[in-house]
Every structure is written in structure tokens, then in C-alpha cells.
Design a protein around this ligand. Sequence first.
Ligand SMILES: [Zn+2]
Length: 101
Amino acid sequence: MSMPLCPNCHSANVHIKPIATRTCEGIGAVTGGIAAAKAGTAGAAIGTAICPGVGTAIGGITGIVAGFFTGALSGAAVGRAIDRKIVQAFHCNDCGYDFAA
Ligand SMILES: [Zn+2]
């Protein structure tokens, strides 16, 4: 894929904006948050079975943290793939102009 010229100042000094990466990272974090709530419940149940009280709290927190990071990381990976293949938004390094190809 060849880089386009900036429509504002005609500079060739442009780069692809990582739009989808950030968007999907956010979506992944939200999805991960939902998964985290479920994982937290499951973790709390496991923790309760092992050691009621302390185990419930530790199991719940562990499940939430794991679910959140898994969601955010997988979301970012999907976003990077979309950036590379689908979204073609550019940013001019010379004048700061944003444009789509
Ligand atoms: Zn420009």
C-alpha cells in the first residue's frame, strides 16, 4: 500500500492513524469487564469453596483482573488487524491534518 499525499499541504510525510486499535481496545476492555464480572463471580465461588471469607474476596478480585486484561488485550489485537487491513485514516506529520484515503 502506498502512502497518499496530504490533501492540505501535499506533504508525503504522513502516517496511518491507529484508530481501530484504540477503539477495539476500549471495546475489549468493556467486553473484558463483562467477562470479568462473570469471572469474578466464578472466582468468588471457587474461593468460597476453598476458604470462605478470605478466599471469596481473593477469588473474586483475581477473576475480575484476569477477565479485564484478557478482554483489553484481545480487543487491541483485533483493532491492530483492522487498522492494517480495513481502516485507512492518515495524519500529516507536517501540518497535522487528518484525512481518510
Ligand atoms: Zn499536511
